[in-house]
Design a protein around this ligand. Structure first.
Ligand SMILES: Nc1ncnc2c1ncn2[C@@H]1O[C@H](COP(=O)(O)OP(=O)(O)OP(=O)(O)O)[C@@H](O)[C@H]1O
Ligand SMILES: [Mg+2]
Length: 380
C-alpha cells in the first residue's frame, strides 16, 4: 500500500487477520501506519524512482491516498511489471473533480449544476448565472474541505479566485457550482472485486461541519426509496470510476433530488463505522477486492452505528492521555491513529453500536469530547 496514513494503518490491522503480508510505502517513519508496520519502505509515491522501487517488489499495489506519480505507475502497468488496484487510470479519475463531473454527466448521472472553468472572468460569469451563494472548488488537490469555498457574492468569489491565481496569472481548473441546500449528506461505499463483482455498504449519512466530516450515522436517516436511489446512483458512479477495491461515492440529498458530489477510490472516512458495525469492515473488503478474494458481507451488526471523528482539541491535548476516560463510556470503540495532536487534525474516531440514533450519538460524542474537539451541537 502506497501511503501510510490512518487508512493504511487500519488496512494493516485487517491484513493481520487475513495473513496478507502488507508492505507500506511511508513518507516518514512516524507516519500513522509506519508506526505499526514491520515492513515499511521510506519513500514518496509522488516520486517516480521511489514508486518504481517499491512497486516492483510487490505482487499487487494499492493506495492510501492519490498523490502518486501516475505516469510512472501507468508505465509499470503497461509493461506488465506491476498490478495496480485501483489502476493508474482509475486514480487519475479520482484525483480530478472536473474529470469526474464530465464523465458522470456523460453517463447521465445527476450532478449539482456546475461549470468547469479555467479563468477568473468565466468563473465569475458562471457564478452569476448559477446564482449566489455559489461554490468554488479546485479540481485537484483538495481534502477535508481545503479547496472548497462557499462565496456569497462576486467580491467574495473574486477574492478566492485571486488567491488561487499563481504568479504568472494562471488559474488552475476550478469548478463553479450551485450551493446545494443539503438536507442530508450521504455516502455509499461500493466494493468492486477484481472480476467486476460488486457489493455496497448500507447508505451512510455524513455530518459535515466546515467541509470536515465530524460524524457518520448508519443507516442514513432517509426513506428506503431514497436509500435505494442513492445506492443505484453510487453503483453506477462506481462503474464509471472503474476502480478495483473500494469506491466511496459522496452524495447530496436536498429533500427531493440526489446529486453526486465526488468519489474516492480507496477506504473512506464515511465507512470507518464498518470496523465494528459491519460483518466485514471496509478495510478487509478493500484487501479482499484487490487480492481477488471473495467479497465480504456488508450488512450492519446493529440497528444503528454512529462513528464520530476525534479532531485535535484547541487546548492541544493528546487523546492518548485521555484514553481511560473515553473507554469508560459504555460500548465506545476507540481508534487512535498515533498522530501528533494538532488542533483540527483528524486523530482518531469512536464507534458505538446501539438500538437508537440518540443513544449511539450521545455515547460516541461523549467519548470524543474527552479525547478531542467536541462535535458541534449545531450539526443536524
Ligand atoms: N455544491 C455544494 N453545495 C453545498 N455544499 C457543498 C458543495 N460542495 C461541497 N460542499 C460541502 O463541502 C464539503 C467538502 O466538499 P468536497 O467533498 O468537494 O471537498 P473535499 O475537500 O474533496 O472533501 P474530502 O474531505 O471528502 O476530500 C462537502 O462534504 C459539503 O459539505
Ligand atoms: Mg468530499
Amino acid at each position: 500500500m502506497m501511503g501510510a496514513g490512518q487508512l493504511a494503518r487500519m488496512s494493516h490491522q485487517a491484513a493481520i487477520s487475513l495473513g496478507i503480508p502488507l508492505r507500506i510505502l511511508a513518507a516518514d517513519a512516524t507516519d500513522s501506519a509506519a508506526l505499526v508496520s514491520p515492513t515499511i519502505d521510506i519513500g514518496d509515491p509522488g516520486s517516480a524512482a521511489d514508486l518504481r522501487r517499491f512497486a516492483t517488489g510487490c505482487e499487487i499495489v494499492t493506495f492510501d491516498h492519490e498523490l502518486v506519480d501516475l505516469d510512472a505507475l501507468a508505465e509499470l502497468e503497461h509493461a506488465g511489471t506491476v498490478i495496480a488496484r485501483p489502476s493508474a487510470a482509475a486514480l487519475a479519475f479520482a484525483t480530478d473533480k472536473a474529470h469526474q463531473r464530465t464523465r458522470f454527466a456523460h453517463r447521465g448521472l445527476p450532478l449539482p449544476r456546475h461549470r468547469i472553468v479555467a479563468d477568473a472572468a468565466t468563473a465569475l460569469a458562471a457564478a452569476e448565472e448559477l446564482g449566489w451563494p455559489a461554490v468554488v472548488k479546485t479540481a485537484r488537490g483538495g481534502y477535508d474541505g481545503r479547496g472548497v469555498w462557499i462565496v456569497a457574492d462576486a467580491d467574495a468569489a473574486q477574492a478566492v479566485l485571486t488567491t488561487l491565481t499563481d504568479a504568472d496569472g494562471v488559474l488552475p481548473t476550478v469548478i463553479v457550482e450551485e450551493a446545494v441546500r443539503i438536507e442530508r449528506e450521504l455516502a455509499v461505499v461500493v466494493v468492486r472485486g477484481a472480476q467486476g463483482t460488486t457489493v455496497s455498504y448500507p447508505v451512510t449519512e455524513t455530518v459535515q461541519v466546515d467541509g470536515i466530516c465530524r460524524e457518520t450515522i448508519t443507516p442514513a436517516r432517509v426513506s428506503p426509496e431514497v436509500a435505494a436511489e442513492a445506492t443505484r446512483i453510487a453503483e453506477a458512479a462506481a462503474e464509471v470510476a472503474g476502480a478495483v477495491g473500494l469506491i466511496a461515492v459522496e452524495l447530496f440529498y436536498d429533500g427531493t433530488d440526489i446529486t453526486i458530489n465526488e468519489v474516492a477510490t480507496r477506504p473512506h472516512n464515511s465507512a470507518h463505522w464498518s470496523i465494528e458495525g459491519a460483518v466485514t469492515s471496509q478495510f478487509e473488503n478493500h484487501l479482499r477486492a484487490v487480492a481477488d478474494l471473495p467479497l465480504g458481507d456488508t450488512a450492519t451488526r446493529a440497528p444503528v452505528v454512529v462513528s464520530a471523528n476525534i479532531l485535535g482539541h484547541a487546548d492541544g491535548r493528546d487523546p492518548a492521555d485521555h484514553l481511560g476516560a473515553a473507554l469508560a463510556v459504555r460500548g465506545a470503540a476507540v481508534h487512535l491513529y498515533g498522530k501528533g495532536p494538532r488542533p483540527g487534525r483528524k486523530l482518531g474516531h469512536v464507534t458505538v453500536l446501539a438500538d437508537t440514533i440518540d443513544d449511539a450519538r450521545s455515547r460516541a460524542r461523549s467519548a470524543v469530547a474527552r479525547l478531542g474537539d467536541p462535535v458541534p451541537e449545531v450539526s443536524q
